[in-house]
Write a protein that binds this ligand. Sequence first.
Ligand code: PMV
Length: 320
Amino acid sequence: MFTSAMISVSAPGKLILCGEHAVVYGRPAIAAPLSDVRAYARIEPGAPGSGLRFIAPDLGETWTAAGQPKHPLSELALAALARLGQRETDLIVQLRSDIPIASGMGSGAAIGTALVRALATHAGVELAPEEVAALVYASERRFHGTPSGIDNTVVAHERAIWFERREPAPLIETLTIAAPLLLVVGDTGVRSATRLPVGAVREGWRADPRRYEALFDQVGELVTRARAALATGDLPLLGALLNANQALLEQIGVSSPDLERLVAAARAAGALGAKLSGAGWGGVMLALVTPAARLAVESALREAGAARVLAATVPATAGA
Ligand code: PMV
């Protein structure tokens, strides 16, 4: 049964530490939640007969599931209600997000996750993170082509993960992180829809599969080494691996002059390593820093034209 109370839940943004793009082709990647930057879903009962109504000020949109049944979030809500054994009902769903859209910080997965969790809470059903992730993944698949599933997974689990795309279910492992990571994130301010660079990589891969497979193999190897560096707390090595990942992403063709300007500024200001994060062509880059270098890197990124700069910590964890 639905509760009549107002429900408010949230889901974090995310960063891919290393392995983006190659992860679509079965290589491993490492991602962490961005717990301070979140999307929120609030659900309250609507007037009888009003149906499922969405209000999303950050998307500049208001719509109903009946009026726009093909809207990605209508479809996701209807799929979630079906999974929850609920019929479409009279609800007002308010969606809000602090995560810039199309920036590589997982805003789509976070909004979807918050929506599914709010509907589940409202229905009084507890969904495991895997089930939330699966619903959001099905929605991303419909609208973004060939997502690896890493975004919805890290957002639903809200912890740092090792991820490998596999059928029928991905491999998800908890990481051992011996020393906390301090990351500074610089946003180019350039919005870039994930499916565009992902589609360009697919075209490149189709045209020259050997070259791309070799690049993806190199990414996979450095992600494996990054896991070991995380486990031993070897941050200088991790920084060098992030730099190597950026070089490979440039060869894969998903970097941009704006991203490279921010990456260079962060390195010159003392970052241990820096790379683009997410799909590329715009969106964000991240820099691994020591506490002593943090302020210098933040101001270097602002001087280099970052539209927004934020710091995030990935806490130390014991692996599974
Ligand atoms: O920009 P984002 O956060 O959507 O990053 C997508 C990551 C890719 O590896 C490029 C695509 C994917 O589905 O894994």
